[in-house]
Design a protein around this ligand. Structure first.
Ligand code: FMN
Length: 301
């Protein structure tokens, strides 16, 4: 079975990607996760300077799925390069850096700094729901400006992480593609909230956070379908609510070339190992020789 896929010119040994923020810095999760099961692993987003993140509570379970408002707690790019950089080559897969900032110059500065650290691609987190103000990813023109500045700051492949909250998401995807994004990640968490009826307190100190897990999969699939229909030449990494091989196949059929796993890591850190077995079983059963054949191959009614 051939599990290799491509994102434009960029090759991955597997369609599975570890999603940013769910496997720490990648380096510090190596004891619990076998990263050779992934085509790529994405580190937690890093900013131009250290960010403390939001005050607790910043994680909350929901009937299904979870809410988070971590607020991108991170050590800042200078310390990140010192602490993480020397270990990147020890990770047995493509290592993607994820960058975040409050403004365009900040994105360009982190992109430039992280470029020499050993990361093999840069994911631009345009869609964090936990910062003050609306996420960049809700605004096509602003998202394009960010990607243009990152594109000018690095020679590495650049991807844009989008939000299913953007309507229409194809407008944002088209704008970032035009600005130089090599592929898009669809998508980040969906904005959500919860209030405890007894205490009357919101579940998150930040009131509104990012909703992730299985309930957002249909939303992310819809986004992937829209973007692959409207911009067929733009490679997509699907993301949202994936915890088994069938979910991965669903994203591929919708038009994704690779698929990121996020919250499922919290329940099953080695989930990619069982998903890989499931993909092999699926391919054998359905007579699929190369997994890349599944991309966009859903059967219309
Ligand atoms: C606790 C937590 C932290 C996250 N941190 C980041 C982050 O730093 N950068 C980012 O781009 N996405 C971050 N995400 C979003 C995930 O990468 C992923 O896009 C999202 O959770 C949807 O996928 P899932 O339903 O499989 O979890 C975070 C998600 C969670 C649950």
């Amino acid at each position: 079975m051939d599990l290799s896929v491509t994102l434009g010119e960029y090759q991955l040994s597997s369609p599975l990607v570890a999603a940013s923020g769910t496997v720490g810095s990648v380096v510090d999760f190596q004891e619990v996760i076998d990263f050779s099961a992934y085509g790529a692993a994405t580190a937690k987003s890093v900013a131009p300077e250290p960010w403390p993140g939001r005050t607790p509570p910043r994680l909350a379970p929901v009937d299904t799925g979870m809410l988070n408002a971590i607020g991108i707690q991170n050590i800042g790019i200078d310390e990140w390069i010192r602490a993480v950089g020397p270990h990147i080559s020890e990770v047995p897969t493509e290592f993607w850096g994820s960058i975040v900032a409050h403004d365009i110059d900040g994105f360009a500065a982190v992109a430039s700094s992280i470029s020499g650290s050993g990361v093999t691609a840069i994911e631009v987190n345009l869609s964090c729901p936990n910062l003050d103000g609306a996420p960049f990813a809700l605004d096509a023109a602003l998202s394009a400006e960010v990607i243009r500045s990152v594109r000018a700051a690095t020679d590495l492949p650049v991807s844009a992480k989008l939000s299913s909250d953007a309507q229409p998401i194809s407008a944002v995807a088209g704008a970032v593609a035009e600005a130089g994004a090599d592929w898009v990640v669809i998508s980040n968490t969906v904005m959500g909230s919860r209030i405890d009826p007894d205490t009357r307190r919101p579940a998150l100190s930040g009131l509104i956070g990012g909703y992730s897990g299985s309930p957002i999969r249909p939303i992310a699939i819809r986004s992937v379908l829209e973007v692959s229909r409207d911009i067929p030449e733009l490679p997509i990494v699907g993301c949202g609510g994936v915890s088994d091989a069938e979910h991965v196949v669903e994203f591929l059929l919708a038009g994704a070339s690779a698929v990121a796993i996020g919250s499922a890591h919290f329940k099953t850190p080695r989930v990619a190992t069982s998903i890989t077995k499931g993909l092999n079983r699926y391919m054998k059963h359905h007579n699929v020789a190369r997994i890349s054949q599944l991309t966009g191959a859903y059967e219309p009614w």
